[in-house]
Design a protein around this ligand. Structure first.
Ligand code: ISL
Ligand code: CA
Length: 541
């Protein structure tokens, strides 16, 4: 439709810049490397993946205590990744191919090496003192409240020089900004404009749900469901420092800056119930984020992995459909740089790769703006990292997050096509890789390519409504319908035995299937799905 925002129809692709392509042999991926691989992402033909936008995890100057989520300068590029000139060229090269560029905005905290924090910690009288959250110790010398860092330990660190504690929701090298200070808000909003002026199309916003805390910083209540052995950070309910009501007002002010520049998109990293996620979208007359991630296919509450089971998937879809306001749409991901990769996560019985073939039919078959994570399209799995090579300081998962951040496997050569040097993290086994899957029509990569391009071809998948088709304990299925276009049914069998799915039309054809031999097959009334298999069936006149 005319005037329809591009991001409603986009398939987005997350790049972890350190791990996508190294161009200079230092073992670290960089912006020049990404430019070299853009044709793989979209060369305008179905031989490429066909994605519409990339999101780059942080590329700013940073001491890399949290691999770039500790920003020392919001308006520059880390020398490991390139320069502002390289970024300008990356943006131009993406735009030439019709690829939008999203950067990662980290508003909750800076690096402790950011000039703002260096100044803030220098004295209690510093004009930037109030840019961060400083409090006196309690009378016994202990931290001002009981809040825990997401990465473990207290969320407060004592600063000897000025005799106060500062708050950090993550590492002590990531002090939280004080968004109650209007100067902080203004300075942070300026960093958005800096990049919009350079042509950036939007931002993924890091942990937006934490930027405003209860003004009095009260103790969080204990979590009644917590058991010893569960992760420490879940020992308390995040009532006063997460999804606090003031956050939703700040989001609306942030949105106004996006609206100063046409066609820009804000995608929030948010956590919570379906209702909390929906709240980030704001209201029709005072909108918030354009899109808010729904990670429920990865994990729902706490840390437990979401099982690949039809009733669970059906409930997650229904909840998103029921809560996200009608002026926008859901935004799902099956993988990211913080969570065990799908193939590994869903491999408890050795069938991870089979489930990974059904995954794109789920993600790209839903009414949503889908985000892929580099390597997902070839079925990359978590890589075991020997202790002496571990990099991630956050013991968030017991092994940290290195296993899902290993370099992209372009081919089976010693440098995997990623580097001519020593990679910053070890490679996995030589397979899977792009080269072996590229020309193989049965490969996972080919399946992802067909799914992305079919989504462009079939309006029902892009703009259509979604109707749940019922199903049972094995099958989750729905129907996408758009005016004047053939309907498309999506059916996913989560059981390890064949299952039948009912179709909402008498005549159709399988247009995409986890078993490629089935594509083109006529189907009407009902179809049989292979074990753990999935299909898209287009209605025929
Ligand atoms: O608290 C959580 C909700 O369950 C955590 O999952 C956490 O808030 C979330 O993973 C935050 O991640 C983001 O911010 C971190 C950074 O290390 C991650 O890589 C980033 O995705 C701090 O900036
Ligand atoms: Ca490099």
């Amino acid at each position: 439709a005319p005037g329809r925002e591009w991001w409603r129809d986009a398939v987005c692709y997350q790049i972890y810049p350190r791990s996508f392509q190294d161009s200079n042999g230092d073992g670290i991926g960089d912006l020049e490397g990404i430019i070299q691989r853009l044709d793989y992402l979209n060369d305008g033909t179905p031989h490429s993946l066909g994605i519409d936008a990339v999101w780059l995890s942080p590329t700013y100057p940073s001491p890399m205590a949290d691999f770039g989520y500790d920003v020392a300068d919001y308006c520059d590029v880390h020398p490991d990744f390139g320069t502002l000139e390289t970024m300008d060229r990356l943006i131009a090269e993406c735009h030439r191919r019709g690829i939008r560029v999203l950067l990662d905005w980290v508003p909750n905290h800076t690096s402790d090496q950011h000039p703002w924090f260096i100044e803030s910690r220098s004295s209690r009288e510093s004009p930037k003192r109030d840019w961060y959250i400083w409090r006196d110790p309690r009378p016994d010398g202990s931290p001002p409240n009981n809040w825990r860092s997401v990465f473990g330990g207290p969320a407060w660190t004592f600063d000897e020089r000025t005799g106060q504690y500062y708050l950090h929701s993550f590492l002590k090298e990531q002090p939280d900004l004080n968004w109650r200070n209007p100067e902080v808000e203004a300075a942070m909003l300026q960093t958005l404009r800096f990049w919009f002026e350079r042509g950036v199309d939007g931002f993924r916003i890091d942990v937006i749900g934490r930027i405003l805390k209860h003004p009095d910083l009260p103790d969080n209540p204990p979590n009644p469901e917590w058991q010893p052995g569960d992760r420490e950070r879940f020992s308390q309910l995040w009532i006063y420092n997460h999804n606090y009501p003031d956050v939703f007002e700040a989001v609306k002010r942030i949105r106004k800056v996006f609206d100063e520049y046409p066609g820009r998109v804000a995608v929030g990293e948010v956590f919570g119930t379906p209702e909390e996620i929906a709240r980030y979208y704001g209201d029709a007359d005072s909108p918030g984020l354009h899109l808010a991630f729904n990670f429920h296919f990865i994990h729902e509450r706490g840390h437990a992995i979401t099982p690949w089971e039809a009733p669970v998937l059906r409930r997650i879809i229904a909840n998103a459909e029921a809560t996200v306001p009608p002026f926008s749409q859901p935004c799902f991901a099956l993988n990211n740089h913080d969570r065990s990769r799908f193939v590994t996560r869903q491999n408890h019985d050795g069938h991870g790769l089979e489930r990974a073939r059904a995954a794109p039919l789920l993600l790209l078959g839903l009414r949503n703006t889908p985000f892929l994570y580099y390597g997902e399209e070839i079925g990359m799995a978590d890589v075991d990292i020997p202790p002496e090579r571990q990099q991630d300081p956050a013991r968030f998962r017991s092994v940290g997050r290195d296993p899902e951040r290993t370099p992209m496997q372009w081919d089976a050569s010693p440098g995997r096509g990623f580097t001519t040097g020593e990679p910053w993290l070890p490679f996995g086994p030589p397979s899977p890789n792009v080269a072996e899957q590229d020309g193989d029509p049965d490969s996972l990569l080919s399946l992802y390519r067909r799914a992305v391009w079919l989504r462009k071809e079939l309006p029902a998948l892009r703009v259509g409504s979604l109707t749940d088709l019922g199903g049972d304990d094995s099958v989750v299925s729905w129907w996408r319908q758009a005016p004047g276009a053939p309907g498309v049914a999506v059916a996913i069998n989560t059981a390890t035995v064949p299952a039948r799915a009912q179709l909402p039309f008498p005549r159709g054809r399988i247009v995409l299937c986890t078993v490629r031999a089935r594509e083109g097959e006529r189907a009407g009334g009902e179809i049989e799905l292979p074990p753990l298999g999935a299909a898209w069936i287009a209605e025929e006149a």
